[in-house]
Ligand binder design. Structure first.
Ligand SMILES: CC(=O)SCCNC(=O)CCNC(=O)[C@H](O)C(C)(C)COP(=O)(O)OP(=O)(O)OC[C@H]1O[C@@H](n2cnc3c(N)ncnc32)[C@H](O)[C@@H]1OP(=O)(O)O
Ligand SMILES: N[C@@H](CO)C(=O)O
Length: 223
């Protein structure tokens, strides 16, 4: 247990340039306190002492501003930075080396039963204010941008941003990027098509007129 606690503290130094001393980390990092409280609550949950587990997690929530359901399964070297407003649902599964920032929700959509919260792979970063909602997986080594609302599977090694969340980077390469100087313009496209049709019609009318005896050259000019 103490080995894990040392690892938890070391994880904070690896992820947070603001961390100065072990004393400061142990006494002031709410994410660390919430994680340690969750370990106790999860043990109680596994023993089926559900209410005691919930009471433990609610006391932790009151103290830290972070709500982790006792049923959530969390891997090693988990770090919640700042933490206020983080909510982690009962059927969440979180891999190793995951970082969450303040205001992240790992929640359900309200439409699913049973496994209804996301599975987060290893080495994932979920930025401040992001909401990941549903029972899908966020693949290993992925990043979710601030304030994104992710509603479907995220492939590994991806960056997801926006509402609803969309993959903008995969394996280090930008995807689905808009060229804002050359956006498609359906109105201009329609006018171009109409212009082409008018030209075709002019030629057809001139041909018909010339066949019926008029001068093709003059007819085309007069159109
Ligand atoms: C006090 C404190 O500091 S609290 C800590 C607050 N910080 C956080 O929560 C971490 C925030 N970090 C982020 O959100 C980061 O931008 C990450 C994790 C998304 C970066 O992931 P990367 O894979 O490095 O993506 P990258 O920076 O290359 O951005 C990719 C594209 O997404 C866009 N993008 C990045 N973040 C966002 C976002 N939150 N919303 C919309 N678009 C975004 C970028 O502009 C870029 O677009 P472009 O290709 O048109 O230029
Ligand atoms: N704690 C992180 C994010 O706020 C930093 O100081 O950079």
């Amino acid at each position: 247990m103490f080995k894990h606690m040392r690892e938890d503290i070391a994880t904070i130094f690896e992820n947070d340039p603001a961390a100065r001393s072990w004393f400061e980390v142990v006494f002031t990092y709410s994410g660390l306190h919430a994680l340690w409280a969750h370990r106790v609550a999860h043990c109680l949950y596994k023993k089926r002492w559900y209410t005691t587990a919930r009471i433990t997690s609610q006391i932790s929530r009151f103290m830290t501003g972070i709500e982790i359901h006792p049923g959530a399964i969390i891997g090693r070297r988990f770090f919640i930075d700042h933490g206020m407003g983080v909510i982690i649902g009962e059927t969440c599964e979180i891999g190793d080396d995951v970082v969450l920032y303040q205001g992240v929700t790992l929640g359900g959509t309200g439409k699913e039963k049973g496994k209804r919260h996301p599975t987060i792979g290893s080495n994932v970063v979920i930025a401040s204010g992001a909401k990941v909602l549903g029972s899908f997986t966020v693949g290993d080594n992925s990043r979710v941008g601030s304030n994104a609302v992710v509603l479907s599977e995220v492939p590994p090694n991806s960056t997801v941003v926006g509402i609803p969340g969309r993959v903008v980077k995969r394996d280090g390469v930008r995807v689905g990027r808009l060229d804002h100087n050359n956006l498609p313009d359906p109105v201009v496209d329609m006018f171009r098509q109409l212009q082409e049709q008018i030209e075709e019609l002019k030629v057809e009318v001139a041909t018909i007129k010339s066949k019926s005896g008029g001068s093709q050259e003059n007819d085309v000019k007069n159109l």
